[in-house]
Design a protein. Structure first.
Length: 310
């Protein structure tokens, strides 16, 4: 395998895919590297499920940087519709054009209509932007948190994901010269319909194992003390077994390591944990639980296990 992969070409193997991500500090396991390589090779959307904070969105961001492709993000939310996601017409400019045409004495309605419903007045939203990439530079199209939308919008996406095209009634069908690299994420707050999933390759993104999370801290927080980093990772891994309302994700682990490094801490202690839990946990019930006796119990277990491991 070549030591350096061209930023504009797609990786030629699973190993190259993993190396490409690692070069931008995203440590992917072989399962993720495999499905991502296949998605790129087969030109299929990649559907990523997992808990919030495990790094699903980051995959699209890193892929955009690694391949030197534009990143187009469609942030989903309840009530998202075609005008916000796909396209809309520039109505103020159209009305101005109509008034100017009338003022100049132009009365040919067909000609006026053909002019105002042209590309000049079309506002391209993320879906249409994603289909407008040039050959060899098709963008990375991130459809983020699809589970926040409704089934009607899912149904609309079927045409986009099947044929990489959308239909604008006034202009006709607009097809992508080259299919974008599509990454779809969901936090599984509701089930996404099978018809959409069938058009994608699928991967469940889980929390990283301890050694992988430790390496992430080494890369993202290089000034963090090694012993402290090991305690942080061990502590966070323990917290994820406690059935909290919201388990800390990788982003929170990085934030905590950064905060403790800024405070010049070299080891975890109950007071430090209590003072900085707001960087790690985001719900008061979880914070109150860990600030009590349970947090100290977890810390004692962590220190005991690390001491036994040498």
């Amino acid at each position: 395998m070549s030591d350096q992969i061209s930023s504009t070409s797609l990786p030629g193997s699973i190993e190259e895919t993993m190396a490409l991500l690692a070069a931008h500090d995203y440590l992917a396991g072989r399962a993720l590297g495999t499905v991502l390589f296949l998605a790129l090779k087969m030109k299929r959307p990649l559907f990523l499920e997992g808990e919030a904070g495990v790094g699903k969105t980051e995959i699209a961001k890193v892929l955009s940087k690694a391949l030197d492709r534009p990143l187009i993000r469609l942030q989903c939310y309840e009530g998202l519709d075609v005008s916000s996601a796909v396209y809309e017409w520039n109505y103020p400019a159209q009305m101005l054009e109509i008034r100017l045409a009338e003022a100049s004495g132009l009365t040919d309605r067909d000609r006026i209509e053909a002019d105002i419903f042209s590309e000049r007045y079309l506002i391209r939203r993320p879906v249409l932007q994603a289909l407008s990439g040039v050959g060899g530079r098709a963008p990375v199209f991130l459809i983020d948190e699809l589970d926040r939308t409704d089934e009607a919008f899912e149904a609309f996406l079927l045409e986009v994901l099947s044929d990489f095209q959308v239909t604008v009634p006034e202009l006709g069908t607009i097809r992508a010269a080259e299919p974008p690299i599509v990454i779809i994420t969901t936090n599984r707050t509701r089930e996404v319909h099978d018809a959409l999933k069938r058009r994608c390759l699928y991967h469940w993104v889980d929390y990283p194992q301890a050694e992988q999370e430790l390496e992430i801290i080494r890369r993202k927080v290089p000034d963090s003390n090694e012993a402290l980093s090991r305690q942080i990772v061990a502590y966070v891994q323990k917290l994820r077994t406690l059935d909290l309302y919201k388990n800390p994700g990788v982003a929170e682990t990085i934030d905590w390591a950064t905060a403790l490094t800024e405070l010049d801490r070299l080891a975890l202690d109950p007071e430090t944990i209590s003072d900085t839990l707001g960087t790690l946990l985001k719900y008061q019930d979880d914070i109150a639980r860990i600030q009590g006796g349970e947090g100290k119990r977890v810390l004692d277990e962590v220190k005991s296990e690390l001491l036994a491991a040498g």
